[in-house]
Design a protein around this ligand. Structure first.
Ligand code: ADP
Length: 319
């Protein structure tokens, strides 16, 4: 292997830059040329590929987002489009591709691998919804942004004796919500993996208020229910002013935490190591604080993310 490509795809996440930097620097240290592909699979198809040097990734480790850009490019689901993308890579004599992204991006990488072009997937998403890894790149930063927002809401809400309902991201994964609930001291957490028990939410809040709490906090994952309607229901039941806050894209931005930078750096360097050792078609993970790799096809088709029951139970126990 002499030349590798790297791209970021799908929703951006803080730490993607640190991952690109690690791929570039680890590659160069091993005598490999590294090419950056702009705007994910879109730029790959449009042949927007440039050679990256050491200094190309200077001053990016602390920056959120991705300097290579990211894109959604649904046409990549078509085999003919992927065939053209592979031809672009071959024209540059690029032997393998590192893809940093979420499960949609993994799907693209899996399909390229099935067509005989070796890809390595790195889990870049704030949602922590990728199988084969305990943590994804960006999760820790997003969680800290959420905690910062929750702490602020707590200050103002407890001054006014108010209830806050906070909607966080995560798509179909409750990890951000559960972690935020435990770290933010929430009364109740609602996650997509568990049935939403509205009655128990209402009675839990009532019990807290009856015990003299000046502030109650409900953390809820996106796509479960309409949080504004839920806030109204809580308000009419408790007779306490209730506000819903949808944190939205705030959660995806900002300088990555040290934890995300280290995770991204480890994973990026590991991707290069795997390619040097002749492994293709793998996805990288961190399990029990050890770097691991799994077959990317198996990861997408068969592996499931375990639900963190212990964290879910803990948030209920500590309210
Ligand atoms: P994420 O990677 O954050 O989950 P998306 O689901 O939007 O984001 O996927 C990012 C990109 O990956 C898509 O725009 C598309 O280019 C590519 N992709 C997604 N699903 C597939 C698929 N089934 N086959 C090929 N490429 C795909």
């Amino acid at each position: 292997i002499k030349k590798i490509g790297v791209l970021t795809s799908g929703g951006d996440s803080p730490g993607m830059n640190a991952a690109i930097r690690a791929v570039v620097r680890a590659g160069l240290s091993s005598g490999i040329e590294v090419f950056g592909i702009h705007d994910g699979y879109l730029g790959l198809h449009q042949d927007r590929i440039e050679k990256l040097e050491r200094y190309s990734v200077s001053d990016v480790i602390n920056r959120g987002g991705t300097f290579l850009g990211s894109a959604r490019f649904p046409a990549f689901k078509e085999e003919s489009v992927r065939r053209e993308a592979i031809e672009n890579l071959k024209r540059h004599a690029i032997d393998a591709l590192v893809v940093v992204g979420g499960d949609g991006s993994y799907m693209g990488a899996k399909k390229l691998t099935e067509m005989g072009y070796p890809c390595i997937g790195l889990p870049g998403t704030i949602d922590n919804d990728i199988a084969g890894t305990d943590y994804t790149i960006g999760f820790d930063t997003a969680l800290n942004v959420i905690i910062d927002a929750i702490d602020r809401l707590r200050d103002t809400s407890s001054s006014h004796k108010r209830i806050s309902v906070v909607e966080v991201m995560g798509r179909h994964c409750g990890d951000l919500a559960m972690s935020a609930a435990v770290a933010g001291g929430a009364e109740f957490v609602v996650v997509p993996e568990q049935p939403f028990d509205k009655e128990s939410l209402l009675s839990q809040i009532e019990a807290g208020v009856a015990r003299g709490k000046r502030h109650a906090l409900v953390v809820i994952c996106e796509h479960v229910t309409d949080v504004n309607a839920l806030a109204k229901e809580i308000e009419s039941r408790t007779e306490l002013e209730t506000r819903a806050t949808i944190l939205g894209h705030i959660q995806r931005g900002g300088s990555p935490t040290a934890r995300d930078r280290i995770l991204a750096s480890r994973m990026g360097a590991y991707a290069v190591e795997l390619l040097l050792a002749g492994h293709g078609g793998r996805c990288v993970g961190l399990q029990h604080n050890e770097l691991v790799h799994h077959d990317i096809i198996d990861c997408i088709e068969n592996m499931k993310r375990p639900f963190n029951q212990e964290l879910f139970d803990l948030s209920a126990k500590l309210f």
